[in-house]
Design a binder for this molecule. Structure first.
Ligand SMILES: [Fe+2]
Length: 386
């Protein structure tokens, strides 16, 4: 039995807890920036409430960066970082889905150190970044899926290079996560499904990959149990707060699980897809790839896939894991192929190359270590609809 556990994120979880933002933020200074998307936090009132809370507790300046889009780019991070430096911002609030949170975290690294966002993808741990210089980040998720509020990852796209890579560094943890499930009530059924499937794949991949960490396994197991029961409810009854609370909780658990155990080939093969097709949502790509990759993977870790199948209500046999994945995707309306998502067949070779070049760090921890040929075949299967 072996595990490491380090999580320097203070979690404040509970419905209605957005109101604590100002009180918490006060520790970090007087000049804030809120990093958010273009519409949803304005429409559902979360942004106004966040600003009011900050002002009530003494924030002197609250600047808004509201240009984050899905699949956030290095250029957005650089732009927001320049605003942070210019305005002598003390701390950063990320409010929104995974894109806003990933951007907020990356802005802390870039605005507090030298260089640009792309300098920090795949950046090694070491003494070159100075921890006490980093601006504190408070993450407030308005979706349930990314887990970014509790982990060290920021996924950043570079549209010029058509690459999507990860800043993964111990200085990329937020200081505080305020997880208020009421903020997820306004998600549409489709967004609920998409974000929930991201959490589902985080739990599945962290549970079944080859990294040894019993503590993270327990988090992933619990997350899967909750997602099986509550994701379909949240999709069908968007205003069911109990379902929203459970999904926010499961997303957080899975977010910690991948912080400790990382992901695996489903994420490794998805990132090139949404790098080349930015209109494809991260979890749509995951949904298209998950059945074929599960069928490829289960023999490499039969015990864990049998456990996964059992959690999902099937006989505890590894091969049943494929049916379990397919059933969950069908239940939430996300059974899609890469072709249906608009991926072109001629692109599959390029996607294969990119997976090999950019994601091969994940190969050794994938249940079955893939060859280049395997990856191409898996793309073809996911393209045609497995
Ligand atoms: Fe993900």
């Amino acid at each position: 039995m072996k595990f490491d556990f380090y999580l320097p994120v203070e979690v404040l979880f509970g419905s209605g807890r957005l109101y604590t933002l100002g009180e918490v933020a006060k520790r970090y200074g007087y000049r804030a920036i809120i990093i958010t998307g273009k519409n949803s936090t304005k429409e559902n009132g979360a942004l106004d409430r966040a600003i009011r809370s900050l002002k009530k507790w003494g924030a002197e300046e609250v600047i808004l960066y509201d240009r984050v889009e899905p699949n956030p780019t290095d250029q957005m991070v650089n732009e927001a970082s320049a605003i942070v430096v210019e305005n002598k911002i003390d701390y950063i609030v990320g409010l929104g889905g995974g894109s806003a949170l990933d951007t907020a975290k990356a802005v802390s690294i870039v605005s507090s150190n030298e260089g640009y966002a792309w300098d920090y993808v795949n950046y090694p741990e070491g003494p070159r970044l100075i921890p006490y210089l980093n601006r504190p980040v408070i993450c407030i998720p308005t979706t349930a899926g990314t887990g970014s509020e509790v982990n060290r990852y920021s996924v950043i796209s570079n549209p010029k290079r058509k690459e999507k890579l990860v800043i993964s560094h111990s200085l990329n943890y937020p200081k505080v996560a305020i997880i208020d499930p009421t903020l997820t009530l306004s998600m549409s059924p489709r967004l609920t499904a998409i974000t929930g499937v991201d959490a589902f794949v985080h739990a599945l991949e962290s549970l079944t990959n080859k990294v040894e960490n019993i503590f993270a396994d327990d988090l992933a197991i619990r997350a899967l149990r909750i997602i099986k029961e509550w994701l379909p409810v949240a999709v069908n009854e968007p205003e069911n707060l109990t379902a929203r609370e459970w999904m926010s909780y499961a997303s957080m658990l899975a977010g910690i699980a991948i912080d400790k155990k990382r992901v695996a080939l489903i994420h490794g093969m998805e990132h090139p897809v949404s790098a080349h097709y930015p209109n494809v949502a991260h979890a749509e790509g995951l949904a298209a790839l998950a059945p074929a990759i599960t069928a490829f993977n289960y023999k490499g870790n039969p015990q864990k896939y049998a456990l996964f199948a059992e959690i999902m209500g099937y006989e505890p046999k590894p091969e049943k894991a494929v049916d379990a994945v397919v059933e969950l995707l069908e239940k939430v309306g996300l059974r899609v192929s890469l072709k249906e998502l608009g991926v072109e067949k001629e692109k599959l070779e390029r996607l294969t190359e990119d997976t090999y070049m950019l994601s091969r760090g994940l190969f050794p921890i994938n249940p079955v270590e893939p060859t280049v040929e395997d990856i191409y075949e898996l793309y073809v299967k996911a393209y045609e609809g497995f």
